[in-house]
Design a protein around this ligand. Structure first.
Ligand code: GTP
Ligand code: MG
Length: 141
């Protein structure tokens, strides 16, 4: 069984990566956020799958090496759902269907706290119970 899970948030600038982490931790929308928060660790006993979970923020003008990301399960997140009238799933689903490496997708709002704990749970689950055919488990001591 896995010792721990590491969740990395990547995406275009200002999509709300830092806000999502801070909303999860504080259970309220942070009006002001730094560019990047320090790595946080959620203790095993408060995670749904009982595995310590590290959450890593990313802030940069360029994307991290996506070839590294392609060997780990990906969750596609549509944040700021509070800003759209219709469901943002209409936008997210076609992207997910195009990339088989995307395990699942979720629409959320750091502002309304919609689906925040759910999205981190999906990410944890995707690591612990991957369904993707190309998944390569990370070798770790
Ligand atoms: P960088 O680290 O600079 O790449 O940005 P980021 O992806 O970490 O985004 P950040 O959390 O800094 O949020 C960017 C802006 O979007 C801020 O003004 C947030 O208040 C706002 N924001 C984040 N999440 C939401 C959301 O769910 N709804 C709305 N309406 N605004 C949001
Ligand atoms: Mg940030």
């Amino acid at each position: 069984m896995r010792k721990d899970v590491r969740i990395l948030l990547v995406g275009e600038p200002k999509v709300g990566k830092t806000s999502l982490i801070m909303s999860l931790v504080s259970e309220e929308f942070p009006e002001v956020v730094p560019y990047r928060v320090e790595e946080i660790t959620i203790p095993a006993d408060v995670t749904p799958e009982k595995v310590p979970t590290h959450i890593v923020d990313y802030s940069g003008t360029k994307w991290p090496d996506l070839s590294l990301l392609s060997v780990v399960p990906l969750i596609l997140v549509g944040n700021k759902s509070d800003l759209v009238e219709h469901s943002s799933m209409e936008t997210i689903l076609p992207i997910m269907n195009q990339y088989s490496e995307i395990e699942t997708c979720v629409e959320c709002s750091a502002k309304n706290l919609k689906n925040i704990s759910e999205l981190f749970y999906y990410a944890q689950k995707a690591v612990l119970h991957p369904t993707g055919p190309l998944y390569c488990p990370e070798k770790k001591d």
